[in-house]
Design a protein around this ligand. Structure first.
Ligand code: DAH
Length: 343
């Protein structure tokens, strides 16, 4: 009986070995594994027929089955390793790696047009000896309005309809409160710009946003005059928009400056003749400015008999839109990389 079995197992081993040798691909090898060693495989079949083997022969037959299995497995492993190695070799021979090919470039993002414009403005004023300072975006009503000569019920407060945190605290509507904060520190002279985010309860359209940026400027010293204001802002306009830029100061009203003005620059597109860009005006409005109001000085602890000063406020987005000829402010807030990388 066991001789019979032995013969049968030897035959199985021989058959398996041959099938393995014939396998020229990994999938075929796997078929062999399933056919011989799988649950319904030939060798498993032998194990199942053990019940027909005489009891005393069973241990020996069992051992023979195990040996046969081990041999087939060893064969399979060896052949698998060989086939895999051959596959790898073939792929290496086929694939050419060109080490001289330029690497795929990593995109590293792009500075926002607002940032580029702000850095330009900062460069100009730092070059004139100004300091760059910052103030809080969440501000006391007292600084945003009261200390800037805008008492409760003043109509200017309506124009800057804002977001109130509570009765005393607002999201600042302008960067002007930084003027009051710097003046209160009492370190003279003052020459500063204060860029930052401001908030107004405005509907979004091509020229409005509930959140935008301003750059405030303040100079306080003895004998500062309107001539200093004009000279400084004319120089600023020339550096920003080109040396042929002309400026025009129109009388205006701001509660915290007296006298106050708005500055226009000659259109840098048409040179002032009038074009689509300046809507035929030849001039483009750029900023508000004026001489610091004596009452503001007093509220901030500075003696208006000793000191005078000028201030100005510029919209950052406005400058970015003009400089880069962008016709819709909303593009600045969408952060679409395809848009941003053009500047
Ligand atoms: N804060 C003003 C605004 O938001 C702009 C401004 C005008 C600022 C005149 C100034 C200034 O410092 O002197 O409309």
């Amino acid at each position: 009986m066991s001789d019979n079995m032995k013969e049968k197992l030897e035959q199985i081993l021989e058959e398996a070995t041959q099938k393995i040798q014939e396998s020229d691909a990994l999938e075929r090898l796997n078929d062999v594994r399933v056919n011989f060693l799988g649950k319904k495989g030939v060798l498993t079949g032998v194990l199942k027929s053990m019940k027909d083997v005489a009891k005393e022969d069973r241990p020996m037959v069992g051992q023979m089955v195990n040996e046969t299995r081990a041999k087939i497995e060893a064969h399979l492993e060896e052949t698998k390793a060989r086939l895999e190695a051959a596959l790898r070799e073939a792929r290496m021979a086929e694939e050419e790696i060109d080490v001289t090919l330029p690497a795929r470039r990593r995109e590293i993002g792009h500075r926002h047009p607002n940032t580029i414009a702000l850095e330009e403005v900062e460069r100009i004023f730092v070059g004139m000896g100004y300091e760059v300072v910052e103030g809080p975006e969440i501000e006391y009503d007292e600084y945003n309005f009261e200390k800037l000569n805008i008492p409760a019920n003043h109509p200017a407060k309506d124009e800057q309809d804002t977001f109130y945190i509570n009765k005393e605290i607002v999201l600042r509507t302008q960067t002007s409160p930084v003027q009051a904060r710097v003046m209160e520190q009492g370190k003279m002279p003052i020459r500063m710009i204060a860029p930052g985010r401001v908030f107004r309860s405005d509907e979004v359209d091509a020229t409005h946003s509930p959140s935008f940026h301003q750059i405030e400027g303040l100079v306080v010293d003895k004998n500062i005059t309107f001539a200093d204001l004009k000279g400084t802002l004319e120089e600023f306009a020339r550096e920003l928009f080109g040396e042929n830029t002309r400026t025009k100061f129109r009388p205006h009203h701001f509660p915290f400056t007296e006298p106050s003005a708005e500055m226009d620059v000659s259109c840098f597109k048409c040179g002032g003749r009038g074009c689509r860009f300046c809507k035929g005006e030849g001039w483009i409005e750029i900023l508000g400015c004026g001489m610091v109001h004596p009452h503001v000085f007093e509220m901030c602890g500075i003696d208006p008999e000793q000191y005078t000063g000028f201030a100005f406020g510029v919209g950052l987005e406005r400058i970015a839109l003009l400089k880069y000829e962008i016709d819709d402010m909303r593009l600045l807030y969408e952060n679409d990389y395809r848009f941003l990388k053009q500047f």
